[in-house]
Design a protein around this ligand. Structure first.
Ligand code: NAP
Ligand code: F7E
Length: 344
């Protein structure tokens, strides 16, 4: 029998990759989309899946709407990818971020409990919950210490998912995912900001790229690998919590140098802190500058995940290396800028 999946946040990066995966497995995919004055479906178009999904109006902030959406499509599986997902913005929008990323989760769980508690649920949790890390590498057992309103809100979303599983026996899983990127990544996140920004510099559309903390280290993987892990979590006999990560960490500076090389720069960093600059050895031009305004009030200095549980129980492993990820993103943005075809 055909399974139905409801994906919230289908218009985002992960939504596009998960839609392609589930359609390929024969699912009926219902996409929950929030109202915008202009439809925001470019990633689904780019992925070639827009014509194959059913779209419904949805907002994390409105319980009555969530109930109607779930009653209307009667999903077997719900993937809750919708969120105010930008850590930087969460410092300016702390209440809104909490409403979406914390209370939004319990609204969906309550609706599932009322309508059909057998519905399987995936919550998009995050390595940002580890924040000021208590141990390295981080696993499902590592204590949490979020460093942003985003991390704190997501920690509630994680805890309430565990709580509904334990209280009501629901098949609810929390994927603690480390950073994952792709050519479909939002432009404000650092990897995409770097690849698009350097491509613009190369083609004369910008002087340089301004960045914040170049020392921050992240465990960066490929979004296509991570949506496979989400699906595998919901195919288990019971819900659980799983870390998905590559097991390698790199500084923002490393990503800049790798992506720069693909785009045609040979970037050397000089100076320290706010005076640090990335200079292209070939032309002598400064192509990267630090802007202190982009520092966060509290930073997550280092994330490095250990995905042994996912490997053992789900048979999941990342397949795309850090250099291949940076290369794929840089090539995609170089081509988009060259063709004047930047659509998202
Ligand atoms: P994304 O590209 O920013 O997509 C977020 C999605 O949420 C978009 O479809 C957005 O809709 C939707 N959304 C935002 N507010 C909403 C609201 N009030 N009601 C309904 N929909 C709303 O994020 P992503 O990178 O795909 O990440 C997917 C999920 O995984 C997020 O929950 C994120 O926090 C979490 N996560 C991401 C990573 C990562 O590295 N990518 C790691 C760990 C966890 P619009 O298109 O209308 O804005
Ligand atoms: O920042 C530093 C910044 O915004 C990464 C989200 O998907 O992953 C993402 O959150 C690092 C931080 O991602 C700039 O300070 C330097 O240390 O790309 P980001 P994030 O904050 O790690 C987690 C797992 C999620 O769950 C989130 O939803 O890079 N950085 N300069 C910068 N970051 C940005 N955005 N822009 C800069 O100019």
């Amino acid at each position: 029998m055909t399974k139905t999946a409801l994906i919230t946040g289908i218009t985002g990066q992960d939504g596009a990759y998960l839609t392609r995966l589930l359609l390929g497995k024969g699912y009926r995919v219902v996409g929950a989309v929030r109202r915008n004055s202009v439809p925001n479906l470019t990633r689904l178009e780019d992925m070639g899946v827009l014509k194959d999904v059913e779209l419904v109006g949805f907002d994390l902030l409105e319980l009555s709407n969530i109930i109607h959406v779930i009653e209307g499509c009667r999903p077997d599986e719900i993937y809750n990818l919708a969120a105010q997902s930008f850590v930087g913005a969460s410092f300016d929008l702390p209440v809104y971020t909490g409403d979406c990323d914390a209370l939004g989760v319990v609204r969906i769980l309550e609706a599932i409990r009322m309508i059909n508690p057998k519905t399987r649920f995936y919550q998009a949790s995050t390595s940002e919950m580890f924040g000021k890390v208590r141990e390295t590498p981080q696993t499902e057992m590592t204590p949490f210490h979020p460093r942003s309103p985003y991390g704190a809100a997501k920690l509630y979303g994680h805890a309430i998912t565990v709580n509904y599983r334990e209280s009501y026996g629901m098949h609810a899983s929390s994927g603690i995912l480390f950073n994952h990127e792709s050519p479909l990544r939002g432009q404000e996140f650092v990897t995409r900001k770097v690849t698009l920004g350097l491509a613009r510099v190369k083609h004369g559309h910008a002087e340089m790229v301004e960045l914040g903390n170049l020392d921050a280290k992240r465990d960066w993987g490929f979004a296509g690998d991570y949506v496979e892990g989400m699906w595998r979590m919901l195919q288990q006999e019971a819900g659980d919590d799983y870390v998905l990560a590559t097991g390698q960490t790199h500084a923002v500076r490393d990503f800049v140098q790798l992506a720069g090389r693909v785009i045609g720069f040979d970037i050397a960093f000089e100076g320290h802190g706010a005076s640090e600059q990335g200079i292209d050895r070939k032309s002598g031009k400064t192509v990267v500058r630090v802007n202190e305004k982009l520092y966060r009030p509290a930073e997550v200095d280092l994330l490095l995940g250990h995905a042994a549980k996912a490997e053992r129980k789900l048979g999941w492993k990342h397949t795309v290396s850090f250099p291949d990820l940076a290369t794929g993103m840089a090539e995609a943005d170089e081509q988009r800028v060259r063709d004047n075809a930047v659509r998202f």
